[in-house]
Design a protein around this ligand. Structure first.
Ligand SMILES: [Zn+2]
Length: 137
């Protein structure tokens, strides 16, 4: 089952790909970049996990505490983007996503992923840390 939608774009404000909820956008010039698609698909799966975990918590609270707590479920679709403002959640997600990308993308060099982790997400990672996180050293 395909769990995401995919659109190709001319411009993505400096990004090669983006995932918002189940919707992936990828720059036209990366149309055949299998690794990038797998990277963004991982973010879509993060979104689903965060949403379903929220539904599960809302269900348990709604049944065992008070029905009103079930309304927490309404926040489900937004939990992943809220969590993404947390540096550690973002760091964990991007490291996983780039590991998947490098494994599936068949690139000549992994340096773009090291550079991205160092500069693109406000993670404060050194080159050494980024290489280690990606399993390159
Ligand atoms: Zn990413």
């Amino acid at each position: 089952m395909k769990y995401y939608s995919l659109k190709f774009k001319r411009d993505l404000d400096g990004w090669g790909g983006k995932a918002r909820m189940w919707k992936i956008q990828i720059l036209e010039k990366y149309r055949h970049d299998k690794g990038l698609l797998e990277h963004e698909k991982f973010h879509v799966r993060q979104w689903y996990y965060a949403m379903f975990a929220t539904f599960a918590i809302a269900g348990v609270l709604g049944v065992f505490v008070q029905p009103g707590w079930g309304l927490i479920a309404l926040f489900g679709p937004f939990v992943h983007s809220r969590l993404s403002s947390n540096k550690y959640y973002r760091k964990w997600g991007e490291i996983r996503a780039y590991r998947i990308q490098l494994k599936t993308g068949n690139y000549h060099s992994p340096q773009f992923a090291v550079n991205a982790l160092m500069t693109k997400y406000g993670l404060g990672m050194s080159e050494k840390e980024a290489r280690k996180a990606l399993g390159l050293s």
